[in-house]
Design a protein around this ligand. Structure first.
Ligand code: ZN
Length: 67
């Protein structure tokens, strides 16, 4: 079985672990229809469109007033 030849120093160990808890930035693309940021390969939450097709009706203030 492979065994470490030298003890890892605190410095080296801490440098190795330093990037373990970092958070990756969420990837955003711009909606081609309304220009708002949205996640790639996902329906736009602002206009409800995906690939030039309306997937769902977007709830607006005017529609909520009618109900
Ligand atoms: Zn949109």
């Amino acid at each position: 079985m492979a065994v470490p030849k030298k003890r890892t120093s605190k410095s080296r160990r801490n440098r190795r672990r330093a990037h373990h808890d970092h958070v990756d930035a969420v990837n955003y693309v711009t909606c081609a229809r309304c220009g708002s940021p949205r996640l790639p390969h996902a329906v736009c939450p602002k206009c409800g469109f995906y690939k030039d097709r309306q997937v769902f009706e977007v709830e607006t203030e005017s529609t909520s007033e009618e109900a």
